[in-house]
Design a protein around this ligand. Structure first.
Ligand code: DHB
Length: 312
């Protein structure tokens, strides 16, 4: 019997597929739909301390090879997601869910994380260091000094399971420098990758989203090679206690297989989930299981991280 079950931070999940933060996760209704699908779990929309309206619409556009978005962190505020997760802990005590969050400033990030630390939340927290869409706010994880400062401060008080969502890196030296920082902290995982920031998609003579004159984060088929490179680069460099979540360009079971081959322990689906709805989880899982059966693999451990190189 082929299984796509996995574990993150010691928690078991019956399937390694889940949504990527930003898709199908703004409201409790959307989260419940992912929860009750073939997905192994869900992650919430990245929560800030307070409700945010986000950028003006249109701000997300599906395009033939992927998607472009400049949402601007619209969300219902930390308490909305935390309250729902605390409810689910009672009604579904055997499942574990992910809370994504970030502050609009380092101070706000600490305020939020201290609230989570003080709460009864027993799930997994993902600190988003990679939102590309808030005008005037750079992606935190492209600034290694700020990233290290935040992590060192956070782990002084935050004792629950914590991972970070990363932007894609494009240089070997940046993989080295980032991994050296992450290896100093008791992170449970890194999630590679967020969208490729600030692309531009044009139809006829116009951009397709309103904010930032059309600049937005790119997802989907465009980004799979970059996503796989980031998953594998961190798999090679991080201490084994830090697991990898693979995100980017997952349309098929083959794409999920490649993420796991590069070292992913969990695989997230964003653009494809937006295009296809939660039935994508069933389809991609079935496709992944077919590939595993053909290759004689019974579990993800049989091939995780076992990417082959061309020797000589
Ligand atoms: C948004 C986009 C991101 O890629 C992210 O990590 C967080 C927020 C957004 O625009 O809402």
């Amino acid at each position: 019997m082929v299984s796509t079950s996995t574990q993150i931070a010691g928690f078991l999940f019956d399937n390694c597929l889940m949504n990527a933060a930003g898709v199908a996760c703004m409201t409790k209704e959307e989260l419940a739909e992912v929860k009750d699908s073939a997905a192994g779990t869900f992650v919430t929309k990245t929560a800030t301390l307070e409700f945010r309206q986000g950028n003006p619409e249109p701000r997300y556009q599906d395009v033939p090879l992927g998607s472009i978005n400049s949402m601007g962190l619209p969300n219902n505020g930390l308490d909305y997601y935390l309250d729902y997760l605390l409810e689910l802990q009672e009604s579904e005590p055997n499942r574990t869910f992910f809370l994504s969050l970030v502050g609009m400033s380092p101070e706000e990030t600490h305020t939020i994380l201290k609230k989570v630390q003080a709460s009864d939340f027993k799930g997994i927290t993902e600190l988003n260091l990679s939102c590309p869409n808030v005008p005037g706010k750079p992606q935190i994880a492209y600034d290694f000094e700020t990233t290290e400062k935040i992590l060192s401060e956070v782990f002084a008080y935050f004792k629950k399971p914590l991972g970070i969502k990363l932007p894609p890196y494009f240089d070997i030296v940046h993989f080295d420098q980032a991994a050296e920082i992450f290896n100093k902290y008791p992170l449970k995982f890194v999630n590679c990758v967020n969208s490729i920031g600030n692309g531009l998609y044009i139809e006829d003579e116009s951009v397709v989203i309103r904010p930032k004159n059309g600049f937005g984060g790119i997802g989907g088929q465009y980004i799979k090679p970059t996503a796989l490179a980031n998953v594998h680069a961190f798999y090679q460099r991080l201490k084994p206690e830090i697991q990898i979540i693979g995100t980017g360009g997952v349309l098929t079971g083959r794409d999920a297989f490649e993420h796991i081959l590069c070292g992913a322990s969990m695989v997230q689906v964003g653009t494809t989930l937006h295009k296809e709805g939660v039935v994508a989880f069933e389809r991609i899982t079935a496709e992944l299981k077919t590939i595993m059966e053909e290759k004689g693999y019974e579990s993800l451990e049989d091939f995780r991280g076992k990417l082959k190189y061309i020797e000589g």
